[in-house]
Design a protein around this ligand. Structure first.
Ligand code: SAH
Length: 260
């Protein structure tokens, strides 16, 4: 078959460093009991090992040409199913209630894809993704750090997030513009943060971080009163990055309770 030409609009950067591929497979550690879903398998850089080690592999790929190649390659593997689909629209619930999700994600859709996957978190055992390092740093950021903000909080209230290792641009063909990193996401047990109003929390956090240098009191003037801060014992003189996920959830739950 002719060589596939990487398509920019599908965010195609193919891994071609065996040591990195190996490190990813070791981090995932697939076993014969696993149902693994790979998003964006592309030309199959990590697909071969997954197909060999996992109980069942579902490969979800959007590019029709690559789907044809994958079907050709894995047609005689009874434990591999190739889905021609957009991962952003995909119903991951259709693949069972104990799935592991992996992928070297198309970076242009990584944030909406992570939020789409969150909807299925109760069926997901864990996730391993290659993403832009800058995004991984924001996802895994702790309070008090520069990278801490909306992304880390809205994912962190449902997932334990751990940055595993960085991956240089040269590991890909064609190389992306920025350094990448591999991240592991483990869903928290349901109810860990007991969020009453997900949309309200999201708005609260976005508003608080609109101006990072401002205090909560100033940024949230329109939606949160002094007595609200007092009710949940949060210092309104703090800047948004000094507030923990748990405190944002408590404040949001309090506002939700009050509005009922
Ligand atoms: N995993 C491969 C390819 C990574 S490139 C490797 O590491 O080499 C990203 C892959 O995601 C490409 O194959 C691209 O076609 C696919 N892709 C892009 N958008 C997608 C979408 N919305 N749904 C599913 N796959 C997508």
């Amino acid at each position: 078959m002719a060589k596939h030409r990487a398509r920019k609009r599908f965010g195609q950067h193919f891994l071609n460093d065996p040591a990195i591929i190996d490190a990813i497979i070791r981090a995932i550690h697939p076993t014969g009991d696993d149902v693994i879903v790979e998003i964006g398998p592309g030309q199959g850089a990590i697909t071969d090992a997954l197909a060999r080690l996992a109980g069942h592999l579902h490969a979800v790929e959007l590019d029709r040409d690559l789907v044809a190649r994958l079907r050709h390659k894995y047609g005689d593997h009874p434990n591999v199913t190739v889905h021609e689909a957009d991962a952003l629209q995909f119903d991951f619930a259709s693949l069972g209630d104990r799935i592991r999700v992996v992928g070297n994600l198309p970076y242009n859709i990584s944030t909406p894809l992570l939020f789409h996957l969150l909807k299925f978190r109760e069926r997901i055992l864990d996730m391993h993704f290659m993403l832009q390092k800058e995004v991984v740093d924001r996802m895994a950021a702790k309070p008090g750090s520069k990278a801490y903000g909306r992304l880390g909080i809205m994912l962190g209230c449902h997932l334990h997030i751990e940055s595993l290792f960085d991956v240089p641009r040269e590991a890909f063909d064609p190389p992306p513009r920025v350094t990448s990193a591999v991240v592991r996401l483990d869903p928290l047990s349901p109810g860990t943060f007991d969020i009453k109003d997900e949309a309200g929390l999201s708005t609260l956090v976005s508003t608080a971080f609109m101006q990072r240098r401002k205090t909560l009191r100033n940024s949230l003037k329109k939606s949160v009163e002094v007595t609200d801060f007092q009710a949940v014992d949060i210092d309104s003189g703090l800047r948004p990055e000094q507030v923990s996920i748990a405190d944002y959830v408590r404040l949001s739950n309090h506002l939700w309770q009050k509005s009922r």
